[in-house]
Design a protein around this ligand. Structure first.
Ligand SMILES: CC(C)(COP(=O)(O)OP(=O)(O)OC[C@H]1O[C@@H](n2cnc3c(N)ncnc32)[C@H](O)[C@@H]1OP(=O)(O)O)[C@@H](O)C(=O)NCCC(=O)NCCS
Length: 197
């Protein structure tokens, strides 16, 4: 049995990290609060339109409590919130994740999401992170389907999905809550394991 078949068995245990020369993808964990708060506080203006969880002036101690909850939920297989860290793990470059919004873990479907730190956005990092996330997904995770949802007005997010080979399945009308605006139309993209490249 290959290692990939092993990880896809019923005894699935969420893998913890995936490294590239440019960044590390891993579960947030105790001790990450200050570096995540720094990334969020420098990115509020960039994030607040589409990321409803974004708030200004995050307190590092509150963010530390949050990363501990993220880590606990990751270990419990409730939600997989993943940090994008610099290779030495001293800086948070953004966040991503596999979210169980399409059924329980056993059904092997999830929705991926992403944000990139403001000073790094638009430099191709989002595209490279989604490519790496999919490499990890098909190699060590058991997912059969990964979806991606974005506003029809979020050109960068749609381009990230398309660059990674996801298929646009359709557009839901007025289906996305956006801060301070009427609901946006929502593109739904997906990729299946059998389409891996
Ligand atoms: C959406 C996001 C994750 C994309 O990551 P990124 O690193 O900025 O994107 P990239 O630099 O990899 O660029 C991807 C593509 O979008 C284009 N792009 C980037 N920023 C853009 C902008 N502001 N307007 C239009 N196109 C843009 C790039 O030119 C590139 O296009 P290409 O494939 O034709 O070369 C990031 O911008 C972000 O964090 N946005 C705020 C949070 C958010 O909206 N998250 C997604 C929710 S669905």
């Amino acid at each position: 049995m290959s290692s990939s078949e092993t990880t896809r068995s019923s005894t699935f245990l969420a893998p913890d990290r995936w490294e590239t020369p440019e960044f590390v993808l891993r579960s947030f964990r105790p001790g990450d609060g200050a570096r995540l708060a720094a990334a969020l506080n420098s990115s509020y203006d960039h994030l607040h339109r589409f990321m409803l969880w974004a708030i200004p002036n995050e307190d590092p101690d509150e963010v530390e409590q949050r990363v501990r909850r993220f880590h606990a939920r990751y270990l419990l297989h409730e939600d997989f919130i993943i940090g994008i860290l610099s290779p030495d793990e001293s800086e948070v470059l953004g966040g991503t994740g596999f979210h169980l919004r399409e059924g329980p873990l056993e059904q092997k479907r999830c929705e991926a999401g992403m944000w990139i730190r403001a000073d790094l956005a638009g430099s191709g990092l989002g595209k490279r992170v989604l490519a790496a996330l999919l490499d990890w997904a098909w190699t060590e995770w058991h997912w059969e389907r990964i979806s991606w949802h974005c506003s029809t007005q979020n050109v960068a997010s749609a381009r990230v999905a398309e660059s990674a080979g996801l298929t646009r399945e359709g557009t839901l009308r007025a289906a996305l809550t956006v801060r301070g605006e009427e609901p946006h139309d929502l593109h739904v993209y997906s990729i299946l394991r059998k389409e891996r490249i």
